[in-house]
Write a protein that binds this ligand. Structure first.
Ligand code: TXA
Ligand code: MG
Length: 344
């Protein structure tokens, strides 16, 4: 049984006892899920190989995928790395605490399985009162991937974590829904120019205002094309039913929908408010206005979890412009999709 604590992030002081109990479990090498401003994380003492092993076991995560180390204070970042490059200092000043993760050369303070044997370590300071209180209370840095079963959409509520991990983890702090809804931006700071390894809660544009030029990891481009064969097994952000990404105007979307429905398929739809309004009588989840991609990001993972295999045969999802938060949204949708249909 997983112990669950409900904590109001606005009244942290009233819950210090619960925070302390969760910290106690972490000190005993157990794993505890907790809210951050991006998604829920599954935390363990980052200096303990045994504790970190439990994260991989609980999630069913491949051990060659390194974890992010979370700390409360900038001074703790210093202890985890050999040195902080100039660009990283600027990024820390601008965005920490916040949804930004920096990859730097590891000092070796983190257990070897945190970094999956790499010479670098990924570090971030979450901007969430519960996460910060927990980090302060347990006094060690916490390795924490997203608190979902490997391959599932990341959890943005404690309920999502419970669905995936109940009985597999010692504790879960329920601090309500997360704010950003997508994971942190991961930036490699070991070269001349910051390289964005994973688009996320801090946009490329925001970063460039702080440090000038940045680069997208060329490997990201290879994910641009979702495989064309449906049924191909996907292991990222996957909803229960196969997801098809529809890239075109509203009429194109409706044409695809009606074609698919003709053979009797039950279709679930994830769309902007603007498109949803044109689809009365459909099973549609509206995620927010097209004019506000940030809002779409907040609701995306919930939507991916919402449609159940028993109710729909296929999920059609609207594609969004790859700018601003759309860069992160489309990165996740490309990975979640088994098929992409382009109008142009
Ligand atoms: O918002 C977030 O970042 C959430 C919350 C819980 O903090 N965490 C999260 O962790 O998304 P996870 O494990 O799901 O994703 C970590 C990402 C992976 O893509 C991993 O490959 C990358 O960070 N990463 C970790 N360490 C790295 C390293 N040393 N070099 C390159 N990439 C690294
Ligand atoms: Mg993850």
């Amino acid at each position: 049984e997983t112990k669950v604590w409900k904590i109001d992030p606005m009244r942290i002081d009233a819950h210090q006892n619960d925070i302390n109990r969760a910290a106690e479990l972490l000190k005993q090498q157990e794993v505890v899920a907790f809210p951050t401003e991006t998604v829920y994380g599954l935390g363990a003492d980052a200096t303990s190989e045994q504790a970190v092993r439990r994260i991989f076991e609980a999630k069913g995560r491949p051990s060659d995928n390194p974890l992010i180390v979370h700390v409360a204070q900038p001074e703790q970042v210093h202890q985890l790395v050999t040195e902080i490059p100039e660009m990283a200092k600027k990024l820390m000043e601008a965005f920490m605490p916040g949804p930004l993760t920096l990859v730097m050369d590891s000092s070796g303070a983190a257990a070897p399985n945190v970094t999956a044997g790499l010479s670098t370590v990924a570090v971030r300071i979450p901007d969430h009162p519960v996460a910060l209180a927990l980090l302060e209370a347990c006094e060690v840095p916490l390795a924490a991937p997203s608190a979902n079963r490997s391959g599932r959409p990341s959890p943005t509520t404690a309920d999502h974590v419970y669905q995936d991990l109940n009985g597999r983890i010692a504790g879960l702090i329920d601090g309500g829904a997360t704010g950003v809804g997508l994971e942190s931006t991961v930036v490699d700071c070991t070269s001349e120019i910051p390289i964005i390894l994973r688009p996320g809660g801090i946009t490329r544009q925001q970063m460039e205002e702080a440090v000038g030029t940045t680069m997208m990891d060329p490997a990201l481009a290879s994910h641009q094309e979702a495989p064309k064969s449906p049924g191909m097994k996907y292991t990222h952000y996957a909803p229960e039913a196969p997801l098809w990404l529809i890239d075109g105007d509203d009429q194109f979307f409706k044409d695809q929908l009606y074609t698919i429905e003709q053979d009797g398929s039950r279709v679930g739809i994830i769309a902007s408010n603007e498109l949803a309004e044109q689809l009365p009588g459909q099973r549609v989840l509206a995620c927010g206005s097209r004019a506000n991609l940030k809002e779409i990001a907040v609701h995306l993972y919930s939507a991916l979890r919402e449609f159940k295999k028993a109710d729909v045969d296929v999920i059609l999802c609207e594609a969004f412009p790859e700018e601003d938060y759309g860069e992160a949204i489309m990165n996740r949708l490309q990975k979640a999709a088994v098929k992409k249909i382009n109008q142009f």
